[in-house]
Design a protein around this ligand. Sequence first.
Ligand SMILES: *Cc1c(COP(=O)(O)O)cnc(C)c1O
Length: 237
Amino acid sequence: MAAIDANLQAVAARIRDAARACGRDPSVVRLLAVTKTVPPAAIEAAFAAGQRGFGENYVQEALDKQSALAASGIKSQIEWHLIGPLQSNKTRSAAECFDWVHTIDREKVARRLSEARPPEAVPLNVLVQVNVSGEASKSGVAPGEVAALARVVVQMPRLRLRGLMAIPEPTSDATVQQARFESVRALFDRLNEEGYALDTLSMGMSEDLEAAVAAGSTMVRVGTAIFGVRARQRAAA
Ligand SMILES: *Cc1c(COP(=O)(O)O)cnc(C)c1O
């Protein structure tokens, strides 16, 4: 578990270097620790090292870990982010158990989340997911439809629209990669010019966080570089 502490510091250093290299203030880029397939003990280790924001891909997996972390009091001190696709039959649990949802890609899911958000909780922070690579298999809305979805989401009483999220398809072509991140940034800037006051651009992972930070990311989602290669990734390699 000492490795987790060292890895967190190494990732923080990468973020700092990337931000400084392009003249950005490193403190505006938050690190989200992505814990899909990662056991509660590793979350505790990251928490002990000072990490507070955690991202999970599956609602049920997150609920199981939250139960495991409730007794120690850690659960309530963590900011929980849902970063995986959300099925409409999971919206109630998601609205109750997360602080953020990064994957809003249709009005129906947003409306259900707003309706299910408990009245005593602060509004749920949400991001509209942009499908920047244009692949049929990936979730997210097409860039041309982001503004229309943002317009409805921002009206929903129990949601707080904070910005955009994207997962550009991996590519070894640094120019293409940069262009994809920049295109999300351009959409983000355009919405703010229309008066939205968005503050969060969730993009960048273990392999590409430098490019994302250079394009203006304010939240990088990092799993492998903190917790090591996941079992499924290992099997595929
Ligand atoms: C798994 C995942 C990450 C983290 O990816 P790594 O390459 O392990 O850093 C980030 N965002 C999403 C949406 C993910 O599913």
